[in-house]
Write a protein that binds this ligand. Structure first.
Ligand code: G
Ligand code: MN
Length: 277
């Protein structure tokens, strides 16, 4: 390596370390100043075309840096020991929001690995479900396979407790992380989410299309639900429907929204007259 490039890498690293430290500091302020907000992205039933629920997405609009993605700041919040506080806020807000929706709509909540290392998360979820007086089966927790790796027995205990409450468990980003098919056998999983990577290329790559088909088939065989994320075109939507995929999510179906218009949603979700029944 040239000396010049070595120096460049070092200063780049230093900058990165400094930025990370600053962001960690800013995260504390963000909590106090309420700089976080939630957005909700719809799930669609591919057989009926109706909305079945929404995924909760955490957003941080940094006053100087602008929007920072959770994939960037959540690991920093974990390191700074702030993820429990932030995560609890997300759970509380998301469940309270869902309580305002029509009863047939679910809410799904992403949780991070650190949150899952304690059993406390199930008590928090239970408390918020009781407070909001909503049916537990309207609440879904999204976990990723990388979370399972650290301590599968502990994760299993927590998942079993959540399942015991009636909460649904969804395996996010399926097929791209540390996929081990044994997770589907050993853990109480209600549905898998086909990673956007496969969906986005399902119409252009034979391999991706076959992979999507195989994952749908796998879910059918195991009798669990399946949803494809990252649907951006009508062709992808049609293909998924043809393949028998149960639900889909993505920009073509709906962008994450900060505010949901309940009246519109009720109209679009229920056939006219269905409410009276
Ligand atoms: O890891 P997870 O699958 O929870 O991440 C969801 C992220 O993907 C969100 O930030 C959301 O805004 C984004 N997203 C959702 N649907 C689409 C899509 O159709 N295309 C792209 N590019 N991103 C999407
Ligand atoms: Mn997710």
């Amino acid at each position: 390596m040239r000396r010049g490039s070595y120096k460049f890498v070092t200063s780049d690293d230093e900058l990165r370390v400094r930025t990370r430290q600053e962001i960690k500091k800013d995260l504390r302020i963000a909590i106090a100043r309420k700089q976080f907000h939630l957005e909700f992205q719809p799930f669609m039933d591919l057989r009926t075309g109706l909305t079945t629920g929404f995924e909760t997405l955490l957003r941080w609009n940094h006053p100087e840096r602008g929007p920072i993605s959770p994939s960037e700041f959540v690991p920093l919040a974990e390191e700074a020991g702030l993820i429990h506080e932030i995560g609890e806020w997300v759970i509380r807000k998301a469940i309270a929001e869902a309580a305002l929706w029509p009863d047939h709509l679910r809410v799904s909540i992403n949780v991070s690995a650190a949150q899952f290392r304690t059993l406390e998360i199930s008590s928090i979820i239970q408390r918020e479900i009781e407070k909001a007086a909503i049916s537990p089966d309207r609440v879904e927790i999204e976990i990723t396979e990388s979370m399972i790796l650290t301590d599968i027995d502990r994760v299993k205990r927590t998942l079993e407790r959540l399942r015991g409450l009636g909460v649904r468990i969804s395996l996010d980003d399926f097929g791209t992380g540390y996929s081990s098919l044994s997770h589907l056998v050993r853990l109480p999983i209600d549905r898998i989410k086909i990673d956007q990577f496969f969906t986005m290329q399902s119409c252009t790559s034979d391999e991706c299309r076959k992979m999507v088909r195989a994952i749908i088939r796998l879910a059918q065989e195991l009798d669990i639900d399946v949803i494809a994320e990252g649907v951006e075109t009508i062709e992808q939507l049609r293909l998924l429907k043809e393949m028998g995929c149960g639900e889909a999510q993505g920009f073509y179906i709906g962008r994450p929204m900060a505010h949901i218009l309940y009246s519109d949603m009720t109209v679009s979700c229920l056939p006219l007259g269905a409410q009276a029944a």
